[in-house]
Design a protein around this ligand. Structure first.
Ligand SMILES: OB(O)c1ccc2cc[nH]c2c1
Length: 240
């Protein structure tokens, strides 16, 4: 997979040189390129923004500069992703779908956002998705780009050491939050590990984990309970 990220703050993306994503890049599992939008400017001040039509506070990112960048980076099979607080929710299902694609291009906005004609223009050429990572507002798209790249990259074959660890995560195929996890020591701060986890009885452990996942989901995310797919619970041995 190739991922291009376009930003005016390249240093925001340096965490992608680290840990699993960094190792995946070095191993050739992910071709990630970070670009400075200002490289497509031609004026002395390398200007990427201007005042908004219709008035109002702040500045808007210019479509002409973005157009030069995206014309160069987008090929026909690319998927243009534009982080924005006004986008559709980015979820684990979104990450799973994107992990099967060949080329993602992330356009990181700043200021009051990118001129709306950019997304409109490229919809005639490539898939364009404006997405939100949550109901809060950041100062730009770079953090959202970090979220998307990590959520997608970890699903690529070979990136996570043990693919089994992807199966029972929160928001997995069964749609549940993950059960609580424990490790040594068996007692800490006067708190003990649940006996069932020390029993060596795998069926009981699986049942306990299913029950805990359901309880946690009901308590913390009742909205997810409504969407639960019982068939999926059966598949993942999370049914009764
Ligand atoms: O909250 B966000 O994910 C987000 C995304 C893009 C821009 C551009 C200017 N502010 C932004 C916020």
């Amino acid at each position: 997979m190739r991922i291009d990220v376009v930003t005016i703050f390249r240093d925001y993306l340096t965490p992608l040189d680290l840990s699993l994503v960094g190792k995946a890049r070095k191993a050739g599992l992910l071709d990630l390129r970070v670009h400075d939008l200002r490289d497509w400017t031609s004026d002395r001040h390398r200007t990427v923004d201007d005042t908004p039509f219709g008035g109002g506070a702040g500045m808007v990112m210019r479509p002409d500069v973005w157009g030069l960048a995206l014309d160069e980076l987008l090929d026909d099979d690319a998927h243009l992703l534009v982080p924005t607080p006004s986008g559709e929710p980015f979820t684990q299902r979104t990450a799973e779908a994107l992990a099967g694609e060949q080329h993602l291009v992330l356009a990181c906005g700043r200021y009051e956002g990118i001129d709306a004609r950019v997304a409109e223009h490229y919809r005639s050429r490539v898939r364009v998705t404006e997405y939100s990572i949550g109901d809060y507002v950041l100062n730009g798209g770079e953090v959202a780009a970090l979220v998307v790249v990590e959520a997608v990259a970890r699903l690529l074959p070979g990136v996570v050491g043990n693919p089994e660890s992807l199966v029972e995560e929160s928001h997995g195929a069964a749609g549940l939050l993950e059960y609580p996890v424990y490790t040594k020591p068996p007692e800490w701060a006067g708190l003990e590990v649940p006996d069932v986890l020390l029993s060596g009885h795998h069926a009981r452990v699986a049942r306990w984990r299913r029950d805990e996942a359901l309880a946690r989901t009901s308590q913390r995310r009742p909205d997810l309970v409504a969407a639960l797919d019982v068939a999926e619970l059966d598949k993942h041995d999370l049914a009764t």
